[in-house]
Design a protein around this ligand. Structure first.
Ligand SMILES: [Zn+2]
Length: 82
């Protein structure tokens, strides 16, 4: 399972969680308490597009700037030994 996470220059974080059934959970918000959205997308391309459209709609964040992070990709599992 893979998690994609990016932080944005307006303080928001966007996160996509790969699920065991092959779908993706989406989240965007300022903090865990204020997460705005939580849904499912059928593909990772859709997931990225949808979560960024939420960010645009909610905050007017039309495009990422140098103050935004790239999508940080990490595994939810602990690193397996080589
Ligand atoms: Zn951004």
């Amino acid at each position: 399972m893979v998690v994609w996470e990016a932080t944005h220059d307006n303080g928001w974080t966007t996160r996509i969680d790969e699920r065991s059934d092959g779908s993706f959970g989406l989240w965007a918000g300022v903090s865990a308490e204020r997460g705005m959205v939580d849904s499912i997308a059928p593909s990772v391309e859709d997931a990225h597009r949808v979560v960024m459209s939420w960010l645009r709609a909610a905050t007017g964040h039309m495009q990422c700037s140098a103050g935004c992070s790239d999508w940080d990709i990490r595994s939810r599992r602990t690193a397996k030994s080589a």
